[in-house]
Structure formats: structure tokens, C-alpha cells
Design a protein around this ligand. Structure first.
Ligand code: SF4
Ligand code: SF4
Length: 326
């Protein structure tokens, strides 16, 4: 079948077709990690500093990627990725998936974070880029938008960008915030069901929080989480995350404290992940995977008979798959 035919099936994913990742000095294809050793991110626009994007030129670049996939190839970054799917993708030009990863600023210093390598970079404004997408009608619902860090709420035009999404009723917009600073536009988005947040506390006690985040903000974070949860119009909009880091927070006592904090803050959904570099270093270690799985099962057991759901996230799901030979 002619590979320009709309019924032609090929292996791709929604981000290859309709997405991009705004990084600190480039527009990339995607920020996901599909395997242990990534040979580099796929850059769509290098040396990006916030300048105006000509969308016709942008879609010429993504058309080339589509052509490559249609020929049966797989972009290096995407090899082995669980999001690849064989189907008849549309040939249209629009965006429905955006990741924003501006690493410049953060008010924590998590021990597992790579942010330090970006400290010398200069922040650019995102608002003109998003405004141009919307006013050219290239942003199509339903969208999948993630604003991540550093800490997004302390970047210079976060409020303006979030207000723009809220004003245009664009949803869902996921904000990966550490919740150290309370943000009233996040609150507004939660009230209107347009925004959801995911907050990695990775701990249930102040001592462990300090050891992992290198800042003493445990109490402030849970206070803000409680306030966000109170303002959400659906119970699933405020979620917390616990990234298991062996030798820091891999104890039943810490997990138990974390489950209690969620219940106290009236949060209804939390998830468990495994620190990425440790996970991949142990990818063939069945004992390690079983230990991670057991901790997850313990968390589920602790939340039993409460309204809190406990879910596996990314690497935890992979560990469960490995244990169950899926
Ligand atoms: S296949 Fe995976 S790594 Fe590639 S763009 Fe899609 S989600 Fe990202
Ligand atoms: S809160 Fe996020 S960006 Fe900030 S140090 Fe922690 S992991 Fe890195």
C-alpha cells in the first residue's frame, strides 16, 4: 500500500506525530527514556532561545520523521519504547502533546536530579511560543501537556503560561511541581478541572525529606498539598509520588509514614517509582526487582480500606512486569 495513503499502518507514537519537548536550549522530540543507554535526545530545533517558530518549517521537520518511521525505521531515541504503536496515523499537522522541561530554576536539590548541569544556561520565555501555537490553531484538543522542571512555578512566565491555558480551557495540563511554593493559578486550574499536579515527596518524614531534597520543606509541602487537595474539583487531580531510592527511603516505616501523610492531607491518589539510574543498573537483578515490588505491595496493603489509591509508575510498572514475566 502507498505509504502516503491515510490507511497505511506504521510504527510511531503520538509524540513523533504531534508533539515536542521544549528543553532549555533546544526543541526536542521527547524527554522520555526508552532504555538504559540513550544515545542522545532527538533534537528538532537546536540552539533554541525562545525565538519565533515558523510552524510550516517545524512540520517539515516532523514530516521527515514520519517518513523515516513509515519506511520501517525507528528513531534512535525511540528504540524499545513502550509507547510505539503500529497503526494508521493521521497525516495532519497539529500539536497535541507538549513537554516543557525548563531546568534552570529549582528551590530544592534532590540527590537524584541532573539539573545541576544546566545551571549555566539562560532561561527563555515560553509564553510567545505557546501563544503562537494557540493563535495559529495548531494546538488541538484533547491535549497532553506537561510542565516540568526544575521547579516550574518559579520560572519567570509560568503564571502567564498557565493563565493562557486556563483562559482557553485547554486541558489537561499536568504540572510537575515540588509544592514548596503554593501557586494560585494551579489552585484555579484544580478548581476548574483543567490542571492536575504530581508532587514527588519521596518520603513521609521530615528527616528523610531533608536527606533526599536537601532542603527542610517537608512541613510546607504537605501543608500546600492539603490546600491543593481541598481545592481540586475531582479527586484524581492532586497526586503524590514516592521514588524509591535504596538506602534512603526503602523501609516499611518510611512508606507507612508517607501513606499516613497522604491520608492526613486528604489526597486520594499516589504512585510509586524507582530511581532511574539505580533501576537500570539493576535491570537484570531479579532480587532487586522483587524487593521493589514488595515495597510497593506493602504500600498497597497500608492503604487498604482507605480512599487512597496506590499505583505503580514508570519503572515500578517495569519491575512488576519483570517479576511477572510480562
Ligand atoms: S517512541 Fe517513546 S521515546 Fe520516542 S517520541 Fe514516542 S514516547 Fe518519546
Ligand atoms: S524538585 Fe525536581 S528539578 Fe528540583 S531538584 Fe528535585 S528533581 Fe530536580
Amino acid at each position: 500500500m502507498d505509504n502516503n495513503n491515510k490507511d497505511y499502518k506504521y510504527c510511531s507514537c503520538n509524540i513523533i506525530e504531534h508533539g515536542f519537548d521544549a528543553q532549555i536550549d533546544s526543541i526536542n522530540l521527547c524527554c522520555r527514556v526508552s532504555k538504559e543507554k540513550i544515545t542522545g535526545k532527538h533534537v528538532l530545533i537546536p540552539d533554541y532561545n525562545g525565538r519565533k517558530i515558523n510552524w510550516d518549517d517545524f512540520f517539515k521537520i516532523t514530516d521527515e520523521l514520519r517518513k523515516y518511521q513509515k519506511l520501517g525505521n525507528t528513531i534512535s531515541q525511540c528504540q524499545g519504547c513502550i509507547y510505539l504503536e503500529n497503526k494508521a496515523w493521521d497525516n495532519e499537522h497539529y500539536i497535541n502533546t507538549i513537554n516543557i522541561n525548563n531546568w534552570i530554576k529549582c528551590n530544592a536539590s534532590c540527590i537524584y536530579c541532573d539539573r545541576k548541569e544546566y545551571l549555566h544556561k539562560k532561561e527563555y520565555k515560553l509564553y510567545p511560543l505557546i501563544k503562537s501555537l494557540i493563535s495559529n490553531n495548531y494546538l488541538r484538543m484533547p491535549v497532553d501537556i506537561t510542565i516540568a522542571g526544575g521547579e516550574p512555578t518559579i520560572t519567570s512566565d509560568f503564571d502567564k503560561v498557565l493563565k493562557l491555558f486556563i483562559k482557553n480551557k485547554i486541558k489537561p495540563v499536568r504540572v510537575l511541581t515540588n509544592a514548596i511554593k503554593y501557586n494560585r493559578y494551579i489552585e484555579k486550574g484544580l478548581k476548574e478541572g483543567l490542571v492536575n499536579i504530581l508532587v514527588s515527596t519521596d518520603s513521609g518524614t521530615r528527616e528523610t525529606y531533608k536527606k533526599i531534597k536537601l532542603t527542610d520543606k517537608h512541613d510546607a509541602v504537605w501543608k500546600n498539598l492539603k490546600k491543593y487537595a481541598k481545592n481540586q474539583c475531582e479527586t484524581s487531580l492532586v497526586k503524590t509520588k514516592y521514588i524509591i531510592i535504596p538506602n534512603y527511603n526503602d523501609s516499611n516505616a518510611e512508606i507507612s509514614a508517607y501513606i499516613n501523610k497522604n491520608i492526613e492531607a486528604d489526597i486520594k491518589s499516589c504512585c510509586f517509582d524507582i530511581e532511574i539510574s539505580i533501576f537500570y543498573r539493576n535491570s537484570n537483578n531479579k532480587e532487586f526487582m522483587q524487593r521493589m515490588y514488595d515495597l510497593y505491595l506493602y504500600a498497597k496493603e497500608r492503604a487498604e480500606d482507605t480512599e487512597l489509591e496506590v499505583l505503580p509508575f514508570d519503572r515500578m510498572q517495569l519491575a512488576i512486569n519483570k517479576i511477572n514475566n510480562i
